[in-house]
Design a protein. Structure first.
Length: 249
């Protein structure tokens, strides 16, 4: 029941806010499910990948995905995620959770101030910056177990020259690609160490997360998004304090 509740919360936040919602996955696995930190970070990647891939299929059918940006941002992002996951297997998980908490604060600031332009050609496609940003965001994704949509979407708008709607749709596929690669690295290392993943919880959270995202999208079309987004930003900041106090100090 706790796994189901947690998955619905994640799905609702994804449906309501799009980028930034998946950052709740690690706290849900840590504090609702009681999963060890290293497994929570790794499992989060597979859950986020599954939910994002489902959304990407829908976006692909509606032709909302920019494949050029998937290539130049997503592929370097996969390399960065593999490296970040490799680094995550080598250090104490408390350092990962500290980085995660700081990232929650960054996400809260992004969501509080989020006002991106919705124009196609105002910002030209800057290939070197897109590649570099893909690598950096990929490393963060692999290291702390988040999709990083709140970092990807602004990069695709401001450096990739995409309108916001296409950026959000494209970011989902990029998140899925990166997250699958990061999980594969964690899985190979942790399996060799004899650690066991809770596949039932992961599967339940993917399915319920997909369902919750549809509910969240329906609710989001009927409520003032800016006020909800600012409320969620405050919630993320509070959760960052909880993670640091409960799992880092």
């Amino acid at each position: 029941m706790l796994a189901l509740l947690g998955a619905l919360i994640i799905g609702l936040s994804l449906g309501l806010f799009g980028s930034g919602g998946s950052i709740l996955t690690v706290p849900v696995l840590l504090y609702l499910i009681g999963m060890p930190a290293e497994l929570a970070i790794a499992s989060s990647l597979l859950i986020v990948a599954g939910i994002s891939l489902f959304g990407s299929v829908h976006n692909g059918m509606k032709r909302l995905i920019s494949w050029r940006h998937v290539l130049w941002f997503g592929v370097p992002g996969m390399l960065g995620t593999y490296g970040g996951a490799w680094l995550g297997t080598l250090i104490d998980s408390r350092w990962q959770l500290l980085m995660f908490a700081l990232l929650m604060v960054v996400a809260a600031i992004f969501m509080w101030r989020s006002k991106l332009p919705d124009t196609l050609n105002k910002h030209p496609f800057n290939k070197p910056k897109v590649i570099a940003d893909g690598l950096v965001v990929g490393v963060i994704t692999g290291f702390v177990g988040v999709g990083g949509g709140f970092l990807i979407v602004p990069a695709l708008v401001l450096m990739g020259g995409l309108p916001i709607a296409i950026s959000v749709a494209t970011s989902l596929l990029i998140i899925a690609m990166k997250s699958f690669v990061g999980f594969a690295k964690y899985f190979s290392v942790f399996s060799a160490q004899g650690l066991q993943f809770d596949w039932a919880v992961i599967a339940l959270m993917i399915v319920a997360g997909i369902a919750g995202s549809y509910i969240g999208g329906w609710i989001g079309r009927r409520l003032p998004k800016e006020k909800m987004q600012r409320g969620f930003a405050v919630f993320l900041a509070i959760m960052a304090v909880v993670v640091i106090s409960q799992s880092v100090l």
